[in-house]
Design a protein around this ligand. Sequence first.
Ligand SMILES: Nc1nc2c(ncn2[C@@H]2O[C@H](COP(=O)(O)OP(=O)(O)OP(=O)(O)O)[C@@H](O)[C@H]2O)c(=O)[nH]1
Length: 388
Amino acid sequence: MTHTVPGSKPPHTDPALRSVDLAAENQALRARMAYLLEQAERNHSIMCRHQAFDLEIVGAGSFPELVGTIFRTLPIISELESVTLSLIDEDADIRTVMLKLGVVFEDFPDLLFVETIDELGFDLGRRNAYSAPPKPLLGMYEAQRHGAAFPRPPAGLQSVALVPLLRNKRIIGSLNLGSVDPTRFTPSLGTDFIEHMASIIAICLENVISNEMLKYIGLTDSLTGVYNRRYIDRRLLEEIGRARRQTYPISVMYIDIDHFKRVNDTVGHQGGDEVLREVATRIKAELRLSDALARFGGEEFVVLLIDADLDSAAFVAERIRASVAGSMISISQETQVSITVSIGVACLTDGDPEASAEVVSRALIAQADSCLYQAKEGGRNRVVSYRG
Ligand SMILES: Nc1nc2c(ncn2[C@@H]2O[C@H](COP(=O)(O)OP(=O)(O)OP(=O)(O)O)[C@@H](O)[C@H]2O)c(=O)[nH]1
């Protein structure tokens, strides 16, 4: 029995013509099938590329590695003209720590920081702990509305998706996707895929940021914010290796606050802490960015000066001494104290080329320490350099 779909052309009764019909139908079905296959293959290839991308970002060991991979790879695998990231960094903690760890933000112009969640532009309504997380915003690009998320919009940017980065329902930022195709991100489009992608990126971001924070805490002195002994010990070994290979001088300063016990006795332990912070600030102000300052413990600081011979290190040491002694340190509105420091300076000379970096490092610190001792013996508030 032959069924006829109402309104459709009735099949030919002539068998020859009917076979022509069937052949055309067959051809149309084949073409449709080929199209579906092509789509399936394309989707499969996108899925594979995204799986490889997921693995790559999950494996990123540091913040720069993670954001570098996102900016480099995501536009290619997702065929997008622009990808930016906006991160909420209320008190600039992320930026401060990353800077201290040597992240060069100029390398990532599409990494953006905002202070408040409102700056991300999501429809937050009246939110509480039980509110559903905001949905991605998809639509045509409008410079006024989306300019903050795309500070360097590519030519012909047409449609955008701002996808919230969520961790335990908390918004940590936004993944911003831009395309020159006006149909790429329309409000009616399903968002499961981009939300999934954003959730993986959010987990990875939170992980690397926490790791970098921990790394930072492990390498810094919580009282003064300068590096700690562990950091400087390690850095000194690296710098000795580099300085020997590239034959430039490095110097070490050992700085000790004079009569600090008396300071504590006079202004109390908290006052003493304030003095330590201010002395660290004054030392730092005299250094170059490439130098490293650490609190070695108690009232002692060590400075590592890169590409500085003994004379230039002694010159910087003298500036530090004068800066600390030059003006009183305020503990409170009523209390000010006069502080001085003694400094020993030593420079890495050619020495024994066979000696290990550990041995050289210990010798260098010991030389600076013995000069510090002489400075104390000589009356304090002075700089003594190691002359071999
Ligand atoms: N406020 C404060 N005091 C500290 C801290 N760490 C060590 N100190 C104190 O630093 C003082 C160091 O005293 P000493 O080593 O005797 O040396 P000094 O009084 O500085 O005398 P000279 O080095 O010989 O000039 C001690 O009283 C310690 O209690 C700290 O984190 N905060």
